[in-house]
Each structure stands twice: as C-alpha cells, then as structure tokens.
Design a protein around this ligand. Structure first.
Ligand code: B12
Ligand code: SF4
Ligand code: SF4
Length: 355
C-alpha cells in the first residue's frame, strides 16, 4: 500500500469503529498556539494548573516533545446524543447534566477503539509503530489539530464544529511514528455574523478571540472547581449540575442533525440528563459510586455533584425543596452543607414559581 492508500484505509477503519470524523495532520507547530499562551498568561484557565506549567506549554507547542518519532497525527471525532429539549416528568424538581455525560465516560470508550486502529495499522505495515493515544487529558491542542486535520472550524463558542455533524462530538488523537499524507486544513469560518452563543451564555464568559474565561464557565464551575463556587455566579448556573450545553444548543449548526449517528455507548442512563435533585442529594458515597460507575459524573465526585445540586435547588424557585435543603445543611461534606445554607436562604427569599 502507498502512504496515501494506507491513510485512506485507516480513516475508513476509524469510521467503521464509530469515529464519524477522521483526518490526518502533521506534528508541526499548532496554528493558534499563541492564542493558547495568551489564554494561560491571562489566567483564564483558573485552577486547572496542569494546563499552564512550562512542560505543558512546551509539549502543546511541539508534539515531538511527547513522541520524538512523531511524523503525523490521526485526529478523530465520535458523536454523542444531542441534549433533549425538556424532561419527560416536569413535576419532579431536577438538575441538568451536559449531553456528553449522559452515558458512558468517553475517556473509557475512545482509547480502546484507538488501540484497535493502531493494531490495524501495524498489521498493514507489518511492524510496530511508535505511538501515543490521547483523548482530552493529553498535552495537545485537540481543537487546533482537528481544524488542521480538516474536521471543522472553531466557532465563536470555541467548539470545533463540523458542517455535517455540528459540535456534539468528542475528539481523540493518535500521534504516529510514520508519515501519512495530511488532509487539507478546514480554512473557512461558517459562523458569519451570528453571535447567538455569545448572547446566550448566562455568565458572559465567551471572549472575542474564540476563547473563554473558564473561571466563569458553568462547565468549569460544576466539574473542575473543587471548592466554593463564587456567590455571584451561583444564580447564573440555573439547573446545570454537571457541564453546560447552552452555547451549543443555540448554535444553528447543531439544529441540523442530518448525518448525526451518535455512539451507542453514550446512550443516556436512567434519570439523565435530568436527575432528581432530592433523590441524588440523598446518595451515600457507596450509592454515588454505584450509580455513576464508568460515568463522567464521577469526575465531580459526590461532594462536587451534591454542591451543584443544592445550587440548582436554590435556582429552581421551588419551595417544596426547602426541607431537602434543611437536611443538606447537616451534610457529612462541609462543602455541601455550606452551599445548602446559602441555597436555603435564597429559596426562602425567592418569588414562588408560577404554576
Ligand atoms: C480545559 C478544557 C475545558 C475548559 C475550558 C474550555 C475552553 N473553551 O477553553 C472547560 C472546563 C470550561 C471546558 C468546557 C467544555 N469542554 Co472542554 N476541554 C478542555 C481541554 C482539556 C483543553 C482546552 C484548552 O486548551 N482550552 C484553551 C483554549 C485557548 O484552547 P481551545 O479551546 O483548544 O481553543 C483554541 C481556539 O480558540 C483556537 N483559536 C483561536 N482563535 C482562532 C481562530 C481560528 C480561525 C481558528 C481556526 C482557531 C482559533 O486557538 C485555541 C488554541 O488552540 C480540551 C481537550 C484538549 N486537550 O484540547 C477539552 C475539550 C475542548 N472540551 C470538550 C468539551 C466537549 C467541552 C464541553 C462541551 C463540555 C460540556 N458540555 O460542559 C464544554 C464546552 C465549553 C466551551 N464552550 O468550550 C471537547 C470539545 C469537542 C468539540 N467539539 O469542540 C474537548 C476537545 C475534549 C475532547 N477530547 O473531546 N473544557
Ligand atoms: S458552556 Fe455554558 S457557561 Fe460555558 S461558555 Fe458555553 S454557555 Fe457559557
Ligand atoms: S452560535 Fe453562531 S457564532 Fe456561535 S458557534 Fe454557532 S454559528 Fe458560530
């Protein structure tokens, strides 16, 4: 097989394994590395310290610092189910979980598939190939590489958007120790004059240079922030208890699902994406671990998730939740208890919801 035929066969294998999007790029300096450096210097990454140390920056600037033999990079995208519009049971006060987290954790789903692609490639060439597999946690600029591999453009909401698939997909990469011909970068920008995501973001955290101030983003607050959530931001979180989809929900490119084939492993689990606030606030550590085994929600840990639930209770304006918040003030985790105290005060003073 020629390198071009091998690249085609690899991308075809990727598609057969659930990666609707697949493209190849070089390990050259990422086109928007300076944007990334500026973002770190402005401290927009908040407490995600692992993104900003010198080693993290060096490796993002040059993938060969990770794998010296790297000659090309396969970038893939796996679609997940779009978020449903509203819960089936409106009567139960509920929180809301981001669509990518409704099913199995992609950190567990994507790497084994990428390993199978590596096995395919090594079988074709007849010898082992140095490689490194990543999804989300690696020191690579995944969106920048995906844009250069031709998968889509980076929208004003900072998400990578494919004209055929919207943005409801997750990215993965294989750094490869063989040279494969790169795909054409995706150079056009299909956002045009649209600013829907910027206007819809409840915390105003989307910045004009296609980055965001993560410290204000609900996704960061509910998942990555392990301590107190700033009081001024709590009312803006609405019902979100893990992640946030608003800037993607309003995007016109997500309202066309023609070719969207979500991965079955991301099928929503029971109670998701609208978990009952009262039921999940009563989960013991064992029950939490059992309910969210192999789910992305484990990242927030029980204390973070239940902290988010009491904030959603305050934002529900549903005074029937007052006894639940009363109980939560005696929670075994101080973080949850202190947020429950605040939530209880908020709810007492709130205007009751219109039926
Ligand atoms: C840190 C992080 C976060 C942070 C910060 C997000 C952010 N926008 O910076 C928080 C916790 C807030 C977050 C939230 C989410 N995340 Co996140 N996150 C990451 C992570 C680990 C690093 C991102 C990063 O480096 N941010 C810093 C900024 C500066 O870099 P960037 O986002 O890559 O943006 C680039 C563009 O702005 C580009 N750029 C600037 N100007 C221009 C101009 C043009 C023309 C072009 C082409 C590019 C360009 O330069 C930047 C640097 O390359 C990546 C995985 C990875 N290793 O890349 C996942 C990742 C970006 N997250 C992902 C997801 C799914 C989410 C959420 C949707 C989850 C949710 N529902 O709650 C939200 C989306 C929020 C949003 N609007 O971005 C996916 C995105 C998939 C996609 N289709 O884009 C990724 C790629 C993980 C994965 N493997 O799938 N995330
Ligand atoms: S995920 Fe939510 S809070 Fe974060 S930028 Fe998008 S709309 Fe704003
Ligand atoms: S909502 Fe509009 S501006 Fe925002 S990413 Fe989508 S197309 Fe671009």
């Amino acid at each position: 097989m020629t390198p071009a035929e091998l690249a085609q066969a690899l991308k075809e294998q990727a598609r057969q394994r659930g990666f609707t999007l697949a493209g190849i790029t070089s390990p050259d300096y990422p086109p928007h590395f300076e944007t990334y450096r500026g973002w770190i210097q402005a401290r927009h990454h908040g407490e995600m310290g692992y993104l900003g140390d010198d080693r993290a920056l060096e490796r993002r600037a040059d993938p060969r610092r990770i794998l010296p033999e790297c000659r090309s990079i396969l970038v893939v995208g796996m679609p997940y189910h779009p978020p449903p519009v509203s819960p089936t049971n409106q009567a139960t006060p509920h929180g809301r979980v981001a669509a990518y987290a409704m099913g199995d954790d992609y950190h567990l789903v994507i790497p084994p598939r990428l390993q199978k692609l590596m096995a395919f490639l090594e079988e074709q060439v007849g010898h082992p190939i140095p490689n490194r597999i990543y999804t989300d946690t690696g020191p690579v600029l995944e969106r920048d590489l995906a844009q250069r591999a031709g998968l889509g453009w980076i929208g004003k909401n900072t998400c990578l958007i494919s004209p055929k698939n919207g943005s409801y997909f997750l990215l993965g990469e294989i750094l490869l120790g063989i040279e494969l011909p790169p795909d054409q970068p995706f150079t056009s920008d299909h956002c045009g004059t649209c600013t829907r995501c910027i206007e819809a973001c409840p915390t105003n955290c989307i910045l004009p240079d296609r980055t965001l101030d993560a410290r204000r983003c609900i996704s960061y607050l509910t998942i990555e922030n392990k301590g107190d959530i700033p009081e001024d931001l709590r009312p803006l979180m609405g019902e979100w208890v893990f992640g946030c989809d608003i800037c993607q929900q309003v995007c016109p490119w997500n309202q066309r699902f023609g070719q969207h084939r979500p991965e079955p492993a991301f099928e929503p689990r029971a109670d998701l994406p609208f978990p009952s606030i009262a039921a999940d606030l009563s989960l013991t550590p064992q029950e939490f671990n059992q309910k969210f085994k192999d789910s992305p929600l484990k990242r927030a840990k029980r204390r973070g998730y239940q902290r988010n639930l009491v904030i959603a209770a305050a934002n529900s304006d549903d005074k029937l939740l007052l006894p639940v918040l009363e109980t939560a003030q005696a929670h075994d985790e101080l973080l949850v208890a202190s947020h429950a105290k605040w939530a209880s005060e908020q709810l007492k003073n709130s205007t009751p919801r219109q039926p």
